[in-house]
Write a protein that binds this ligand. Structure first.
Ligand code: NAD
Length: 486
């Protein structure tokens, strides 16, 4: 799409494109140029309540559609997503800024969620025990719960919604997605393609906006469950408010992921992996490596190699071939990152590589070069808080015990990684580290769709995670039937 044509985005409700009654809009710029791509509606409570009414009505019919028929629609949907792969990836890069290859990979992550949801006849099956007493049997049956609300972040406009709605609708629920207002377009294509796949109107709806739509989802009594992915303070608010209103809630939050590098690690291999984990998607990943813990006497060599590798990363518009590092999402996010870099300097960390000095930092778009701090300590803001940008901290420790103890002080517990060739160290790491998704000799240990995305501490609020069996539990409720046969 040419940036000369600025799109007007609409809500997708009951299978129709609806303008928001609020009349309010926000500009969606291309972060690589700063130029407007679209205007997104900032819908109000009335827009949301209207969507809930329609989704609630659609639920009465959808919940009765035979489970294999629901699965068959998802099979067609999977095929359509594959056919539109390139288009979807381009849309992600244009609005989010991540490079095309990463966007292409993100589409795959979304497709995998649909593929998992296609197994719903098996996933939703109950269980029975024929003889719990003489002539008495007991059976557990699973049912959908109703209208589900999904609220998603800017950094994975395809993957995060796909953690939610394919499985939710496969289980017989209807769904209202409130995508990030910063990357809104992809959600509309997801909805359009779902309709093309044969999904009945009202089963999957998209209402764009911000706080008003979110609060509407949290308050409307016909919304029975909330799936949220986003920053920690908002996740905590969503969890508390949704729970206070009697809803199920899963709220996936921020992160500060540590990667421990042992003296016996293959350093070149490790550094390549860390480049991708720390600076891929401009560091805007909940599984980004934001802290490297260098163990023993490899620290100097490791820091030198990280610095050299970071200097070779190609920065630019993610649609250009060979570009590795795209822009961050907004000028305000860039400004916030610059404040973090300044705070690191003020608090005494050693600035090894200063992304503010890369020429990209002064060009149009919201670019910032890769930044590396050494000798970071637990008292510093750059260690405590999620920066969500291409800024990497290195800490130095003497052994694995100290490395694990250091990482475990974090408030967050999403991911943690270990690079080593020592199997004993791997086992110790697995048993002792306080994080939910672990990587051994790989630096982005994001689980696939058939496993739960299992952060904890301040990285997750709730009980049942997104994806895998947890997702099926979250989107269904059970009836136990006990019967005496005389
Ligand atoms: P965000 O919290 O700003 O926004 C997420 C969603 O919440 C958006 O739809 C937004 O409109 C809405 N929102 C924002 N502020 C709100 C408020 N005050 N009241 C009601 N709704 C509000 O997050 P973001 O900047 O879009 O995404 C980045 C964050 O998401 C990072 O912290 C990242 O770690 C996290 N994230 C976590 C995971 C995970 O699996 N744990 C995955 C992806 C992203």
């Amino acid at each position: 799409m040419s940036e000369k044509t600025v799109k007007t985005i609409k809500n997708f409700v009951g299978g129709q494109w609806l303008a928001a009654t609020s009349g309010k809009t926000e500009v969606v710029p291309n972060p690589a140029t700063g130029k407007p791509l679209a205007n997104v509606p900032i819908s109000n409570r009335q827009d949301l309540d209207n969507a809930v009414t329609i989704a609630h009505k659609a639920f009465q019919a959808w919940k009765k559609v035979a489970v294999p028929r629901r699965a068959r629609i998802l099979f067609r949907y999977q095929q359509l997503l594959i056919e539109h792969w390139d288009e979807l990836a381009r849309l992600i890069t244009q609005e989010n800024g991540k490079n095309y290859d990463e966007a292409y990979g993100e589409v795959l992550r979304g497709i995998e969620c649909v593929e998992f949801a296609c197994g719903v006849p098996t996933l939703m099956a109950g269980m029975q025990l024929p003889d719990i007493a003489t002539n008495v049997e007991s059976g557990m049956y699973r049912y959908p719960i109703g209208v589900v609300g999904g609220i998603t972040p800017f950094n994975f406009p395809m993957m995060c919604p796909c953690w939610m709605f394919p499985l939710a609708i496969a289980c017989g629920n209807t769904f209202i997605l409130k995508p990030s207002e910063r990357t809104p377009s992809l959600a509309n294509r997801l909805a359009e393609l779902a309709k093309e796949a044969g999904l009945p109107d009202g089963v999957f709806n998209v209402v764009h906006g911000a706080h008003d739509v979110v609060n509407g989802l949290l308050e409307n009594p016909d919304v029975k469950a909330i799936s949220f992915v986003g920053s920690q303070p908002v996740a905590e608010y969503i969890y508390k408010t949704a729970a206070a209103n009697g809803k199920r809630v899963q709220a996936l939050a921020g992160a500060k992921n540590h990667t421990i590098v042992m003296p016996d690690a293959d350093l070149n291999f490790t550094v390549n992996n860390i480049m991708n984990a720390a600076f891929g998607s401009a560091g805007e990943r909940c599984m980004a490596c934001s802290v490297v813990v260098a163990v023993g006497d490899i620290a100097d060599e490791l820091v030198n190699k990280l610095n050299a590798a970071a200097g070779n990363l190609k920065i630019g518009d993610g649609l250009e071939k060979g570009v590795f590092l795209g822009p961050v999402i907004r000028q305000s996010h860039k400004d916030r990152t610059l404040e973090y870099i300044e705070s690191g300097v003020q608090e005494g960390a050693a600035l090894v590589r200063d992304g503010r000095c890369d020429s990209c930092a002064n060009q149009e778009g919201y670019f910032l070069g890769p930044t590396i701090f050494d000798n970071v300590t637990t008292g510093m803001r750059i260690w405590k808080e999620e920066i969500f940008a291409p800024v990497l901290s290195v800490v130095r420790v003497k052994d694995l015990d100290e490395a694990i103890a250091f990482a475990n002080q974090s408030d967050f517990a999403n991911g943690a990684c270990l690079f080593t060739s020592n199997t004993t160290a791997v086992r110790r790491f697995r048993e002792e580290i306080d994080a939910g998704m672990l990587g051994v000799n790989l630096a982005v240990p994001a689980p696939m769709a058939f496993f739960p995305f299992s952060g904890y501490k301040k990285s997750f609020y709730g009980d049942l995670h997104c994806n895998g069996r947890d997702g099926v539990e979250f989107y269904t409720r059970k009836k136990m039937v006990t019967a005496l046969y005389k």
